[in-house]
Design a protein around this ligand. Structure first.
Ligand code: FES
Length: 126
């Protein structure tokens, strides 16, 4: 059975925006809220060149990457055609207005990704 870590209240996430959740091992998670108050979580790293998806604009159930405007699906983390690639999706639980993430996923998923704002990622995006 999953262990959940409470992150914040739904209202703590800006509507059509995101909140970053730092992980000790690196590679932050972006927790998004859309206009219908649905909450999604993805690795804060665009599958294109590592842009910070948490700084993108949410529309429907997608987010527009702030760097080159790719559209990334919030349900699956995948770029919309004709673009290709996916970023890691995290499970979200919303109960009584509180948002929680899966502890095992936080401690294990996508820890080998280079941080979007690291010198290596900036070199790669250039
Ligand atoms: S880094 Fe996201 S669209 Fe290029």
């Amino acid at each position: 059975m999953s262990e959940w870590k409470t992150i914040c209240r739904v209202e703590d996430i800006p509507v059509l925006g995101a909140r970053r959740v730092a992980r000790p091992a690196g590679c932050d998670v972006a927790v998004f809220r859309n206009a219908e108050d649905k909450v999604f979580a993805l690795l804060d790293r665009c599958p294109h060149k590592g842009g910070p998806l948490s700084q993108g604009i949410v529309f429907g159930e997608s987010v527009a990457c702030p760097l080159h405007n790719w559209t990334i699906g919030l349900n699956d983390g995948c770029a919309k055609s004709p673009d290709e690639g996916c970023t890691t999706k995290f499970s979200v639980r919303v109960e009584s207005g509180m948002v929680s993430l899966d502890v095992d996923e936080l401690n294990s998923l996508a820890l080998d990704e280079v941080k979007a704002d690291s010198p290596a990622a900036i070199r790669r995006a250039a």
